[in-house]
Design a protein around this ligand. Structure first.
Ligand code: AGP
Length: 611
């Protein structure tokens, strides 16, 4: 899950690539490098952030109008100058950048070592560039031909972009499993892992598919498959603005994206929820309504925050549609030989649309005959293209590694699906249908109201910024919110935080409670309210510090808790959409108070494209 950028054209390549890598740094940021093709290929790479590359020698970077760049999230070989990309072949004739994992690199390396190849790094990538070179030499073939042969023998995921000495005006790229977008310009072209490095230069893009090669010169883009057949490029128009990927005056992308939510939720509802005619339009569901209404069960696969959205959806769909739902960690589902097939609906939830485990889980279920419905944020991403149908969450680009606005947009799409299918199946009444639509329409405003309390949440954060551990508790629809709140705090503050169903406490975790342990309850007014009040008493009885997310006007829990964060009253089905907001803001401020990089937390990356 690295970030790759390349440029070929008429302007100096270095500044274009450097800026692009900074935009992609959320994909991986432990080391970086650039190779430029001036009179010859020059490479500069270092452990650390992209900004380190600004120290490169002016002399070299000035001329070159062709180059490749990389920002890394280490998989094979620890972050170091030697393991940073780009990597060159033993002869130095080939230089490439790579995003993905070559799973059979060890056996390939052995073959090459026996042939006398030597290696400066511990990476699978350096093995790949030498493997391609070896084929080129032995077959006396062109680079393109050698890449086709090599990539047929490679196991794993890759996007590679290769430069070859002697061919200063050509880049060759290939893709399988990892994302690659080409920005189409006039006499220049841009290549990147996603559109954010491209958007300021062109809105015309090509999403490269698996097993495709792209041969790129300043004036031409040729797409071919590994069978050497030429493919007509499908040029699409990007529907995002540069401003959407800038901080917009906020200190961090995470805070900007938290405050984006009234807008992103309105965008998610736009063209779908029509309060005038009391209609809900979700084309991807309508076109396949019989598949949903006759489904014997629904399986949801996802990872991380998206998995938490799946858990909320389980409550929503089972309650409104009376269809049994199973929520699966994609990483477990893909290896468990799951019982799945014809008649099953699999909902895959993903912000990036590129998460490797979710992708493979889909492939498995699809092969077995299940119907795949994608709930995805990144337009044109792999999961979107692999699904039979789907719904975009329209949350806009999410740059902060910690997912915030994508989560609430996912919940909104999943709620709309449950309401629509429930109405179709008549498992909810017309009155309930209309009431849920009315509640949905009020959500953006209610989220806005919570955001206006961010200063008071900041004060709460000051009390708990030095906590060593944290417990998050909730019941019903708010149980997944407790899990999500704990994940956010873990990601952003490195505090050990756990989420639990509140009633589970008595079965073990309550042993952790003492005067040093903050316990955060998601305790909005719902069917579980009385129960959660007694759970709070259990914690208070053991001197635990209680923070509670409560509904407006709740004086009972306000009187019991040490600190409260207040949200407007909402129907319990949609409560997670507002009750999660205070946990996002609290995590943000605790991370900032601990002096941490909240946009690029250690050891993480925005899109996990390797398993
Ligand atoms: C959430 O803050 C994390 N970035 C991570 O858990 C993320 O939700 C997970 O990797 C799934 O990503 P996806 O939604 O892009 O598939």
């Amino acid at each position: 899950m690295c970030g790759i950028v390349a440029y070929i054209g008429k302007q100096p390549a270095f500044p274009v690539i450097l800026k692009g890598l900074k935009r992609l740094e959320y994909r991986g940021y432990d080391s970086s490098g650039i190779a430029l093709f001036g009179d010859m290929v020059n490479t500069f790479k270092k452990k650390g952030r992209v900004a380190e590359l600004e120290a490169w020698d002016e002399e070299i970077i000035s001329e070159a109008t062709v180059g490749i760049g990389h920002t890394r999230w280490a998989t094979h070989g620890e972050p170091s100058d030697a393991n940073a990309h780009p990597h060159s072949s033993n002869s130095g004739r080939l230089t490439l950048v790579h995003n993905g994992i070559i799973e059979n690199y060890a056996s390939l390396k052995q073959e090459l070592v026996q042939k006398g190849y030597t290696f400066k790094s511990k990476t699978d990538t350096e093995v790949l560039v030498n493997f391609i070179e070896d084929i080129q030499i032995n077959n006396n073939s062109t680079l393109e031909e050698a890449m086709r042969i090599a990539l047929k023998r490679v196991v794993g995921a890759y996007v590679i972009i290769v430069m070859e000495e002697g061919f200063p005006n050509r880049l060759i790229a290939a893709r399988k499993g990892s994302p690659l977008v080409i920005g189409v310009g006039e006499g220049e072209h841009f290549l990147a892992s996603d559109a954010s490095p491209i958007i300021e230069y062109t809105k015309k893009v090509i999403y490269v598919n698996d097993y495709e090669l792209a041969i790129i010169t300043p004036d031409e883009i040729i797409l071919k498959n590994l069978g050497n057949e030429t493919i007509t490029p499908y040029i699409q128009q990007l529907d995002m603005e540069l401003a959407q990927i800038e901080k917009g005056g906020f200190d961090h992308f995470m805070l900007k994206e938290i405050f984006d939510q009234p807008g992103s939720l309105t965008d998610c509802l736009r063209g779908r929820l029509d309060m005038e005619n009391l209609t809900l339009t979700l084309a991807g569901v309508e076109e396949h309504m019989s598949v949903f209404s006759q489904a014997k069960r629904i399986i949801i696969v996802a990872c991380g925050t998206s998995w938490h959205a799946g858990l909320v959806a389980e409550y929503m769909i089972e309650t409104l549609c009376r269809i049994p739902v199973e929520v699966e960690y994609a990483s477990e589902f893909r290896y468990r030989n799951p019982v799945v097939g014809e008649g099953d609906v699999l909902i895959a939830i993903s912000q990036s649309g590129e998460t490797a485990d979710t992708l493979v889980a889909i492939e498995k279920a699809k092969e077995a005959g299940a119907f795949i419905f994608g709930v995805v944020n990144a337009v044109g991403s792999s999961i979107a293209r692999l699904s039979h149908s789907g719904a975009y969450t329209h949350a806009g680009p999410e740059i902060g590694v910690a997912s915030t606005k994508a989560f609430t947009a996912q919940l909104t799409v999943l709620a709309m699906m449950a309401i629509k299918i429930g109405r179709e199946k008549k498992t909810i009444t017309e009155a309930e249908y209309n009431r849920y639509l009315a509640e949905l329409a009020l959500i953006p405003e209610k989220v806005k109201a919570v955001l206006e309390t961010h200063e008071s949440i900041k004060e709460v954060a000051k009390h708990y910024a030095d906590a060593r551990d944290f417990l998050f508790l909730g019941r019903g629809y708010n149980f997944p919110v407790a899990l999500e709140g704990a994940l956010k705090l873990k990601e952003i503050s490195y505090i050990h935080a756990e989420g639990y169903p509140a009633a589970e406490m008595k079965h073990g975790p309550i042993a952790l409670v003492d005067e040093n342990l903050p316990v955060l309850f998601i305790a909005t007014k719902d069917a579980y309210y009385e129960k959660i009040v007694s759970n709070i008493q259990e914690i208070k009885a053991r001197k635990g510090m209680v923070i509670a997310v409560i509904s407006e006007g709740d004086t009972l829990i306000r009187g019991m808790a040490d600190h409260v964060m207040v949200v407007p009253e909402v129907d319990e089905l949609l409560a997670p959409l507002v009750s999660v907001i205070p946990t996002q803001i609290l995590s943000y401020y605790i991370g900032v108070l601990r002096g941490l990089d909240v946009d690029k937390p250690r050891n993480l990356a925005k899109s996990v494209t390797v398993e």
